[in-house]
Design a protein around this ligand. Structure first.
Ligand SMILES: Cc1ncc(COP(=O)(O)O)c(C=O)c1O
Length: 500
C-alpha cells in the first residue's frame, strides 16, 4: 500500500495546501484566514523564542545539563489559539452582568444553562442500577447495540442496505447474502464523537484511496473550521466550493454546482447533512438532487458530516433525508455521525463512522476489507472507543418508549431554537433595523449567519458584551427570553451606527 503523500518538508508546506475552487467567493475562506494568522503569529513569536532558547542554553550551561532539548521553542512554533476557545475564555473573563455568549456550540435552556435531556437522565438511572455493568474494554469497533442502532437512525430502519440484511457492524462479519440482488454494505465503527468520525474517514481516505496523488477534499466555503485541520493533518489537500451567498444569505447553488463540475473527476466532496455549520443554510430536497446528479456525473466521493440529526428540524428522518437519498441512488459514500448535540452528550464523545459500499458483485467482500482496515486504524489510534455515552444512546435508541421520549426532547430543543429565530426576526423588523432579516428564520439548526460584519461584531463585543465569532455567526442556543430584547436592541443600534 503506497504511503500517504508527505507534504511537510518545508516550513511553508506546514500551511494547509489550500486551493480555491474557481470563485472570488473562495477568497477569505476560513482556511485562508487560519493560514495568514498562523504565519504572522509564528514570526512574532520567533524573536521571543530565540531569546528563550538563549536563556535555556545559559541555564543548561550553568546547571551542567547533558540533555539538550530537540523540541526547542524555536523549532516548535506557537500555534494560534483556537478562535472559539479564545472567545469562550474572553466571555468568562467579562464581569458584565449583561454579557451574552453566542459563540457556544452547545444547547442552552431558557435560563442559559446546559440541559441534560430527561431521557438521558432516565438512561443514566438504568445504567446506575444495572448490576451487570462493568468497566471492561469495548470491542475495537465499539458497542454492537450502539453501532447497529446508529445505522438504523441515520439510514432509516427500512433502508435498502439494512432491510436486505446487507449491513455489517463488525469488521469481517458479513451479513449480506452474496445472492441478494444488489450487494452493498455498511461498515460502522463507534468513534470519538463526530470529530473522531470525520478523522477516521479522513485517515482512511489518506491511506487507502487508490488515486495518486490522492484526491482533493472539497469543503464548503465557509465550513466548520475543524474540517480544514482534520483533512490537512492526514496529508490530504483541501479546496473549497462556494456555498453561502452574501447577497441572499442563502445557498449559492449555482456557484456550488459549478465548482463541483469544475473539480477534478473523483474528488472527495464534504457535505453537511443538515443544519450547516456555520451558516444554518441547507439545500432543499430539489437542490440535493441536483448536487447528487453532479457528484455522480463527476464520479466524486460524497463524505457526509452529520452533527445535528433531529436537532435541526426536530424530525430525525427529515434531517437524514439527503444521506438516505444518496444511499438509495447507489452511491459509495461515508458518513460521520455525532451524538453530541442531539443527545446533549457533548463531553461523552459518542459518535459513529459508516462506510457504505457501492452496489456490485464485489460489494460484500470490499466492505469487509474496508471494515477490517478501519479496525486497524482505530486500534492504532484509540484502541477502542469510550463506553458511557454509547451505552446511554444505545439504551434510548433500542427502546421504543425511550426513543419516543427522546424525540420529544429533540422537539423541545429544536422548538426553542425556532422560537428564538422567530422572536429575533420579529424584533428586528419591528424596530426597522436596516437590512433584511428573513434569513434568521429561513436558516436552520444551532447557528445563524447573521450578515453582521467583523466591525459590527467587534462593537457588539466591546460595547454590549455580546460574544460571537467574527464572521457574524451566532449560536441561537445562546438566546433566551431574558436576553433576546437586549440582543435585538444591540444589533439595531450597531447596524444603525455603522450604516451611514
Ligand atoms: C459540522 C460539524 N461536524 C462535526 C462536529 C463534531 O462535533 P463532536 O465531535 O462534538 O461530535 C461539529 C461540532 O460542532 C460540527 O458542527
Amino acid at each position: 500500500m503506497p504511503p500517504p503523500p508527505h507534504r511537510q518538508l518545508h516550513p511553508q508546506a506546514q500551511q494547509p495546501p489550500h486551493r480555491s475552487a474557481v470563485h472570488a467567493h473562495s477568497q477569505g475562506s476560513t482556511a485562508a484566514t487560519t493560514t495568514s494568522s498562523s504565519s504572522s503569529s509564528s514570526s512574532c513569536s520567533s524573536s521571543h523564542s530565540a531569546s528563550q532558547t538563549r536563556l535555556s542554553q545559559i541555564s543548561s550551561h550553568i546547571m551542567g545539563s547533558t540533555s539538550p532539548s530537540v523540541f526547542t521553542a524555536a523549532h516548535v512554533a506557537q500555534a494560534p489559539e483556537d478562535p472559539l476557545f479564545g472567545l469562550m475564555r474572553a466571555y468568562r473573563q467579562d464581569p458584565s452582568d449583561k454579557k451574552i455568549d453566542l459563540g457556544i456550540g452547545a444547547y442552552r435552556d431558557d435560563n442559559a444553562k446546559p440541559w441534560i435531556l430527561p431521557v438521558v437522565k432516565k438512561a443514566e438511572e438504568i445504567l446506575r442500577n444495572d448490576p451487570n455493568l462493568n468497566h471492561e474494554y469495548l470491542p475495537i469497533s465499539g458497542l454492537a447495540e450502539f453501532t447497529s442502532a446508529a445505522q438504523k437512525l441515520i439510514f432509516g430502519a427500512d433502508s435498502p442496505a439494512i432491510k436486505e440484511k446487507r449491513v455489517c457492524c463488525r469488521p469481517a462479519f458479513p451479513s449480506a447474502s452474496p445472492h441478494s440482488p444488489v450487494h452493498r454494505q455498511v461498515s460502522t465503527l463507534q468513534t470519538i464523537s463526530g470529530t473522531g468520525a470525520v478523522h477516521l474517514g479522513a485517515l482512511f481516505l489518506a491511506k487507502f484511496h487508490p488515486a495518486q496523488p490522492r484526491p482533493t477534499v472539497y469543503l464548503s466555503n465557509p465550513t466548520w473550521a475543524n474540517h480544514n485541520q482534520i483533512f490537512t493533518n492526514v496529508g490530504l489537500s483541501i479546496a473549497t466550493y462556494p456555498y453561502f451567498s452574501a447577497k441572499t444569505k442563502g445557498l449559492d447553488i449555482d456557484g456550488m454546482l459549478g465548482a463541483l463540475r469544475a473539480a477534478p473527476e473523483g474528488s472527495v466532496v464534504l457535505l453537511h447533512a443538515c443544519a450547516h455549520n456555520p451558516t444554518g443554510v441547507d439545500p432543499t430536497q430539489e437542490q440535493w438532487k441536483q448536487i447528487a446528479a453532479v457528484i455522480r456525473e463527476r464520479h466524486h466521493f460524497p463524505f457526509f458530516d452529520c452533527a445535528y440529526q433531529g436537532f435541526a428540524s426536530g424530525d430525525l428522518a427529515r434531517d437524514a433525508w439527503a444521506i438516505r437519498y444518496f444511499v438509495e441512488q447507489g452511491f459509495e459514500l461515508c458518513v460521520a455521525q455525532s451524538f453530541a448535540k442531539n443527545f446533549g452528550l457533548y463531553g461523552e464523545r459518542a459518535g459513529a463512522f459508516h462506510f457504505v459500499s457501492a452496489p456490485g458483485a464485489d460489494a460484500t467482500t470490499a466492505n469487509q476489507h474496508v471494515a477490517s482496515q478501519l479496525a486497524v486504524l482505530q486500534r492504532s489510534e484509540i484502541s477502542n472507543p469510550p463506553a458511557y455515552g454509547a451505552r446511554i444512546a444505545s439504551l434510548v435508541l433500542n427502546d421504543p418508549k425511550l426513543f419516543a421520549e427522546w424525540e420529544e426532547d429533540l422537539r423541545t430543543m429544536s422548538g426553542r431554537i425556532i422560537e428564538m429565530r422567530k422572536g429575533l426576526r420579529q424584533r428586528l423588523e419591528a424596530k426597522g433595523t436596516p437590512g433584511t432579516w428573513d434569513h434568521v428564520t429561513s436558516q436552520i439548526g444551532m447557528f445563524s449567519f447573521t450578515g453582521l460584519t467583523e466591525n459590527q461584531v467587534k462593537i457588539l463585543r466591546e460595547k454590549w458584551h455580546i460574544y460571537m465569532t467574527k464572521n457574524g455567526r451566532i449560536s441561537m442556543a445562546g438566546l433566551n427570553s431574558h436576553n433576546i430584547d437586549y440582543f435585538a436592541e444591540a444589533v439595531d443600534s450597531v447596524v444603525r451606527e455603522t450604516t451611514a
